[in-house]
Unconditional design. Sequence first.
Length: 239
Amino acid sequence: NGYRLNRYRESIGGRAKTDAGDARLLVRYLQREQDELRPWTPPPEGYRTLQKLLRRRATLVRARVMLEQSLRGVPELQSNLKDLLREIGRLDAVLQRVLRETVGRAGWSDHARRCQQIEGVGPLTATGLTMAFHRGAFRSGDAFVAFLGLDVRIRDSGTKRGQRKLTKQGDPELRRLLYLAAMQAKSKAAWSDYYQRCLDRGLATTQALNALARKLARVAFALMKNQTDYQPKIPCGET
């Protein structure tokens, strides 16, 4: 990890970056940290393809939003804007079709189907969760959540309790999709109580939605790992 190695260089007082210095740094890092390191394995081809497609779709969505906001107040361009947005919509549909086909070719359709059974999780979020699951052999749901960057960074010192923030170490597009899924799930009977309990604990709306996104990710991980179908929760008072 180039970022961590750079921070490691800074932590030991390194001031220069040369090829020879990088070689010495790598040797020192491996000698002193090898017990905490794990071998890196390349992601499967399906992972790389899906990641590229999801990121390109995210760029397309951002462009659509910017165009709508920028040209909304120009009456002379409204007809052209509608045509342009219609074409963007068609391109979006093609991208989503290619995403589904890629999941199928990789043999991950069952996992995507299981994820999509969860309230609030749509086809795109299910695709992202499936892609992330196949990146590596995660030991637990906690490891999966950490890979997504939805785990919480704790900064406490002495009697001071620091603010909790997401580590955001994973793919930002996956976190965005899960956040949107949480926005949908919070109004569903299966998750509304959990969301309200988060608010009752004093969490802000964004924090509560992130907590719900973590919950959805854990459920999805369990379904894929155990290869089981989702069993919806029955709200209290219903039979």
